[in-house]
Design a binder for this molecule. Structure first.
Ligand code: DCP
Ligand code: MG
Length: 659
């Protein structure tokens, strides 16, 4: 967006979307963020001097711990293709070269060529707004098979540098190049140059590369000299600290718009260095997990170990369309989805037990409804039986998106695999009610397939069955099963609110603003066929369990499923993912706030302090901010050398201007 008249772009977007549902949702979202900020401000204002000195100690201890974990022995490389879809299209049709190009439709642009970006055209923007900004904009329909083909070519190259490379989307990957550097006695910079040349030779496309001691920084680095460039940060603590100290927090994967606003507006934090300066506030106001994440960002720490591969947990597809309440049309779409899901499952030799129906209403409300069958299924007919029942229960309604996802997967090759489900029959029978242990509604749907899929459990966003840690055999009499995977058992509030946020953050897919007829399938199965993990949110703990529900431990399972709430977001949707992570931060915050409003701030964390200190009078936030005593770096660190193109100071000066 450098050199773009941002004000003009904003004005055009505002004028063209005003009054639309998208606009209304944006406003609702803004109001929600404002509310969260106010809440946080109020919490902040209650902090006493004693609180702050306690949390200062907590923060210092934490920073020491984090510092001790610093690993400078690994060399990570992050690679990101330049204007990927647009570049592929141009390669296939050279007449597009040099033209302002948008890949997508009047409803949605997936990416734009650099020529189009000069006009403010960008990904996730409705095409008709793109046309307004850039009248000569040329449109090309996306062709995912093409992108997958080119992506596979790039992966062949990655393979030769790191067989365990982590692909986070079709066009991005992390490579641990430590061994290559040692074995061939070459530098990270040499590997970067060589790899970019190899990718170009293999594909005819360009990419940008960042090299750093950890993945978090490597990703930031790959953006510095984009397009067709590279930036190398040496494995040197001082160089890392220099780099992150002036780095705007929004550059960090996992810090999205909402988190940025909260940190900036409540605590005055805009750069990573300021995270350390306000460490006491971060520890006082955020969960331990979030605070750890923020402090590690301030220290320039990120993932250095290759995360263990996880088995695919679910497989699904979804379809966006112009909103309709025509039930026959909706059932037709459902049948298509069932067929799609069957194909994907059968291609991978998988069957599943839990079927989740995702619906996005015309008002952008997202609902998910899940059902667990007794036996494993993967035929279109079986899928459709359950999906139809789930959909019927929601009718009448007007929808703009439908999705089906199968989880609790079973590999047909693996006959020994058995379900670890356990009945909670006793509970439901004895309670003699329709309430689960959360006090929420649970429906029962009787199987009508005539097969041995038996009675099933149904979970809705109004009440997910509570997971049981024990194991046991299912019985013929049972009416309900406990899910043995907790990733699809989000807390009600998380799911509902998250969905709102996620939908709002991705408003242009088929929202019909442009009146264009689209019927886009999100290629979750194809695009996300990597079974490796995304980096978003995993900077602290790569071993985070999917069910932890802690924001800092959020993972993208299979590269696209949120480990906290099970929501799916393809890796290409980085902004939306960041907002998603923000949402979990915000949710945990809200939960903390709800609890904390009934008791002193972070009482459990204050407990040890309260033994030795007595509270002093409350002071105003402004005073606290001025008097924070977290040590800032004693001397102004100099930029490290090693960047191939622009000097790092110039880069950050540029970033600052954009803040
Ligand atoms: N994509 C998408 N929807 C988005 C963002 C991206 O479908 N909201 C797709 C199109 C992009 C591809 O993912 O070509 C890769 O995304 P990037 O964010 O890496 O964007 P580009 O590769 O297009 O451009 P850059 O040169 O900035 O990396
Ligand atoms: Mg890219």
């Amino acid at each position: 967006m450098e050199g773009v008249d941002k004000e003009k772009v904003q004005k055009v977007i505002y004028e063209m979307s005003k009054g639309s549902k998208y606009f209304e949702n944006e406003q609702r979202k803004e109001a929600l963020t404002k509310q969260k900020i106010e809440h946080l401000r109020a919490q902040c204002a209650t902090l006493t001097d004693n609180d702050l000195s306690h949390f200062q100690k907590v923060a210092e201890r934490k920073m020491l711990e984090l510092e001790a974990s610093r690993d400078l022995s690994k060399i990570w490389l992050h690679t990101d293709m330049d204007a990927f879809y647009a570049a592929v299209e141009t390669l296939e049709d050279p007449s597009l070269k040099g033209k302002p190009l948008a890949v997508g439709s009047m409803s949605m642009i997936t990416t734009a060529s650099y020529e189009a970006r000069k006009f403010g055209v960008r990904a996730a923007m409705p095409g008709f707004i793109g046309c307004k900004l850039c009248p000569g904009l040329v449109f090309v329909r996306p062709n995912f098979e093409r992108y997958t083909h080119y992506s596979e070519l790039t992966r062949k190259v990655f393979q030769s540098y790191d067989p365990s490379f982590i692909a986070t989307s079709l066009d991005e990957a992390y490579l641990n190049i430590t061994s290559v550097c040692i074995e061939r006695s070459i530098t990270g910079e040499e590997v970067a140059t060589e790899l970019r040349a190899a990718i170009h030779q293999e594909t005819g496309l360009t990419c940008s590369v960042g090299v750093a001691p950890n993945r978090m920084i490597a990703k930031v680095c790959s953006d510095i000299n984009k397009p067709n460039g590279q930036f190398i940060l040496p494995n040197d603590r001082e160089a890392v600290l220099t780099f992150v100290y002036t780095l705007p927090i929004r550059k960090i994967g996992g810090i999205g718009k909402v988190t940025e606003q909260k940190l900036r507006q409540v605590l005055g934090i805009s750069t990573c260095q300021e995270m350390l300066q306000k460490a006491a506030f971060l520890c006082a106001l955020f969960s331990e997990c979030s605070a750890d994440f923020f402090l590690s960002v301030g220290l320039g720490l990120g993932g250095t170990e290759t995360p263990k591969q996880r088995q695919r947990k679910s497989i699904g597809c979804e379809r966006t369309f112009i909103a309709t309440d025509d039930s026959s049309l909706l059932f037709e779409k459902l049948a298509n989805l069932a067929e799609n899901l069957m194909d994907d499952l059968q291609k991978e030799g998988l069957k599943g037990k839990t079927l989740t129906l995702k619906l996005k209403t015309a008002d952008f409300e997202v609902r998910t409804r899940a059902v667990t069958t007794r036996g494993y299924i993967n035929s279109k007919e079986d899928i459709l039986i359950y999906a139809t029942k789930l959909l019927k229960a929601e009718m009448p309604l007007s929808l703009r998106l439908m999705g089906l996802r199968m989880s609790q997967l079973h590999d047909e090759k693996d006959d020994s695999s058995t379900s670890t489900q356990k009945t909670i029959d006793i509970f439901f029978r004895s309670s003699n009610s329709n309430l689960n242990v959360n006090g929420t509604n649970v429906q029962s749907i009787t199987n009508i397939s005539g097969q041995d899929n038996g009675p099933i459990s149904v979970t809705t966003e109004d009440g997910y069955l509570v997971p049981d840690s024990g194991t046991g055999a299912s019985t013929d009499q049972q009416d309900f099963f406990v899910h043995d995977e907790s990733i699809f058992i989000p807390e009600q509030r998380n799911l509902v609110n998250y969905n709102n946020e996620a939908v709002l953050s991705n408003p242009v897919i088929g929202d019909g603003l442009g009146g264009a007829k689209i019927d886009d399938v999100t290629h979750t199965a194809k695009v996300m066929n990597s079974e490796k993990l995304d980096d978003v949110g995993q900077f602290i703990s790569h071993e985070a369990t999917a069910s932890s529900g802690k924001p800092g431990q959020q993972l993208w399972i299979d590269g696209y499923i949120c480990s906290i709430c099970g929501f799916e977001l393809p890796p290409g949707f980085e902004e939306e993912r960041q907002e998603h992570s923000d949402f979990h931060f915000a949710e945990s915050l809200q939960q903390e706030e709800t609890v904390d409003s009934k008791r002193p701030i972070c009482s459990e964390r204050l407990a040890e302090k309260q033994c030795s200190t007595t509270p002093s009078p409350k002071k105003k936030l402004a005073e606290k901010q001025c008097s924070t005593t977290t040590p800032s770096p004693k001397k102004k660190l100099k930029s490290s050398k090693g960047g191939k193109h622009i000097p790092i100071d110039a880069f950050f000066a540029k970033c600052k201007k954009n803040l």
